[in-house]
Design a protein around this ligand. Structure first.
Ligand SMILES: *Cc1c(COP(=O)(O)O)cnc(C)c1O
Length: 225
């Protein structure tokens, strides 16, 4: 089997049954994705809308494409026809745009709300209060073409594994409190997208259902190419 196929098999071998692997193929060539596909893998993650659209056109139709990074509203249209899950929704405005494009395509698009859990400063991710405002709004309640199926977060980029664990525990707590307040009887609300190459083992121990792994499968990324 290929190197990429071996790595996917070895990671999947460590994941409990309820945890799915998103193979993060951003910046990587079509051939690498095809290799992973030929090894039987079907869920891939990308973080640039146009790159994703081009790859989706070139590769088999039965791939489940996940959008994992920050999504600009003016790029939603490129992925709305086919994207399976958008991991990082962090505003009502973005959700409205996704709803609008999903309607145009006669689809219901699954989305995760991104929460800010890392101690590092970043621009992206909601806090509990912002999420509650979004989910309580009449505009959200009127949306027919999106479905919130869970939440997503990124831990600090650090070697401090106890800090990472605490941040994932925080995300699990957020998942449960959001479920209790807004999705109590909703069987579709069930995903916690957390864990990357360096921290997915901790994420799985703390309740992840979707791990997003790139470099441990495809090798280090070269952004200067
Ligand atoms: C790039 C990326 C990943 C994968 O990172 P690796 O460290 O290569 O596993 C996961 N999640 C998001 C949001 C990313 O942008």
């Amino acid at each position: 089997m290929s190197d990429i196929g071996d790595k996917i098999a070895s990671i999947k071998g460590q994941l409990p049954e309820q945890v799915r692997l998103v193979a993060v193929s951003k910046t990587k060539p079509i051939e690498d994705i095809q290799t992973a596909y030929d090894a039987g893998h079907r869920i891939f993650g990308e973080n640039k809308a146009i790159e994703l659209q081009e790859k989706a056109e070139a590769l088999p139709d039965n791939i489940h494409w996940h959008f994992i990074g920050h999504l600009q509203r003016n790029k939603v249209k490129y992925i709305a026809p086919f994207v399976k899950l958008i991991h990082a929704v962090d505003s009502l405005r973005l959700l409205k745009e996704i709803n609008k494009e999903a309607l145009k395509n006669d689809r219901i698009i699954s989305c995760l709300l991104q929460f800010h859990i890392a101690s590092e400063e970043t621009k992206f991710g909601l806090d509990i209060k912002e999420a509650a405002e979004l989910l309580s709004s009449d505009e959200y309640k009127a949306m027919k073409n999106i479905k919130i199926t869970g939440i997503m977060g990124m831990a600090s980029n650090t070697f401090d594994t106890e800090l990472i664990r605490a941040e994932f525990q925080h995300l699990l707590n957020i998942f449960q409190s959001v479920k209790y307040k807004f999705f109590l009887d909703d069987i579709f609300y069930r995903e916690i997208s957390m864990g990357m190459s360096n921290d997915y083992q901790i994420a799985v121990q703390e309740g992840s259902t979707l791990v997003r792994i790139g470099s441990s499968i495809f090798g280090a990324r070269n952004y200067n190419k």
